[in-house]
Ligand binder design. Structure first.
Ligand code: HEM
Length: 401
């Protein structure tokens, strides 16, 4: 695998890694698509530092005297509503919303879901084998995170179908027709969600959506706008990311000599450690959203003006030789593993225990259940998604053996 130091090459080819080498600059300033001029932060310590420092760096451009990069005022109302989401809010709103949603995503709560996640995996793999579908991305990686989040939220029937079509529209290959199709569905889906909130206000059900609707912090409940944005962020932040962790993780296990057998021989704790190493090594989320300097400030010798953007290059931080021994090698027993694949600071991934559980269920099901599992194509012929912020495979054909 080539290891380009040039970030331009990296941004065009997300299957490759960007390594901060000793002596190389830990910051690169350049234009990113849709965002404009950003400073990319490559070092582990530096990434940790600015992501944690929400007093100096804001996620909402308006808190840094800047215009939103997406020209918010021209967006339709249905899109604007989604800006009330966790990843776009600073304190105090972020802290309040995060407290309301943290509990169901704690490790203990996710442990209770594990048997259902495994059951969903077994069902999907069983269907693949029965129908002769060889592509794991379509047969398992895309569907598992959706099934799990629908189940967690307690969504079923028509709402689930509508959300499916919407997500297909929003996440399929970006072309204007898909985007327009996605946008036309956005309003109707939001109305269906509001009906669902109303329904569970009257008749509380078993899913997370009931918990969210009734959750209170300091005597306040979430508004409908906040609830809609919360549901969307769970889908958007949790769907493609987990899909890519499962596909690239399995690809890595199957193509690194001895890795699949090493995983098979591990106990439950060992497998948890292995999954985290796959998050470090594969880095399905390659970079954070931008943070904006709230005031003119200095950061590791950089003179930042109010509104300047910093982006954490998590994939690069995960290969920082100052933190990780032999960083470009996969070590399924790596401990400690202070990788940044889940981000850092107050916006650290809310769904990390859920994503770990899903990935482990998928690897357990495929590797324990199919000792002869191999790739169905030459690895060089696999196609990677052409997006700079995420790293994933378009397809992953396998032979079950
Ligand atoms: C935030 C990674 C799965 C929900 C983040 C961030 C990263 C990340 C790097 C921080 C982004 C930033 O600071 O700009 C991942 C990876 C996943 C994954 C690698 C899978 C392999 C999930 C899942 C869910 C989820 C399954 C929920 C169902 C969220 C939410 C946030 C977030 C809500 C925003 C948290 C906040 O702003 O407080 N994730 N994620 N993620 N993630 Fe994940």
């Amino acid at each position: 695998m080539s290891l380009p130091l040039n970030s331009q090459a990296y941004l065009r080819a997300p299957q490759d890694f960007l390594v901060p080498a000793q002596g190389e600059s830990l910051f690169i300033t350049q234009k990113l698509p849709f965002l404009g001029r950003c400073t990319l932060v490559l070092g582990h310590a530096e990434c940790q530092e600015f992501l944690k420092d929400s007093d100096r760096f804001a996620v909402d451009a308006r808190n840094a005297g800047a215009d939103s990069p997406f020209g918010m005022k021209f967006l339709p109302k249905s899109l604007k509503r989604l800006s009330n989401n966790l990843l776009s809010l600073d304190d105090p709103d972020h802290r309040r919303l995060r407290r309301l949603v943290d509990q169901p995503f704690r490790r203990v709560s996710i442990d209770e879901l594990k048997p259902r996640i495994r059951e969903a995996c077994d069902g999907l793999v069983h269907d693949m084998v029965k129908s002769g579908e060889p592509d794991l991305v379509e047969g398992l990686c895309r569907q598992l995170p959706l099934i799990v989040i629908y189940d967690l939220l307690g969504f079923s029937g028509a709402l689930r179908e509508r959300l499916d079509s919407l997500l297909q529209g929003l996440t399929a290959t970006a072309n204007i027709f898909n985007v327009l199709r996605g946008l036309t569905l956005l309003g109707p889906v939001q109305r269906m969600l509001e009906d669902e909130f109303e329904r569970v206000r009257r008749e509380p059900g078993p899913g997370l959506v009931t918990e969210l609707v009734h959750a209170e912090a300091d005597g306040e409940r979430m508004s409908d706008d906040e609830l809609v944005a919360m549901v969307f962020v769970l889908f958007i932040a949790g769907h493609e990311t987990t899909k890519h962790l499962i596909s690239t993780g399995l690809y890595t296990l199957l193509t690194t000599p001895g890795a699949a057998d090493a995983y098979r021989a591990m106990d439950e704790d060992g497998r948890g450690i292995a999954v985290d190493e796959l998050v470090r090594y594969c880095a399905p989320v390659q970079m954070t959203k931008p943070r904006y300097a709230r005031e003119d400030t200095e950061f590791h010798g950089l003179h930042l003006k109010q509104g300047d953007r910093l982006v954490g290059m998590l994939a690069a931080a995960n290969l920082d030789p100052r933190v990780f021994e032999d960083p470009v090698s996969l070590d399924l027993t790596r401990r400690p593993n202070r990788h940044m694949g889940w981000g850092g600071g107050p916006h650290i991934c809310l769904g990390l225990h859920l994503a770990r559980a899903e990935a482990q269920a998928a690897f357990d099901c495929l590797l324990d259940g199919w000792p002869g599992l191999t790739l169905g194509v030459d690895p060089d012929r696999l196609k990677w998604i052409p997006r700079s912020g995420l790293r994933g495979l378009k397809q992953l054909p396998v032979i079950f053996g």
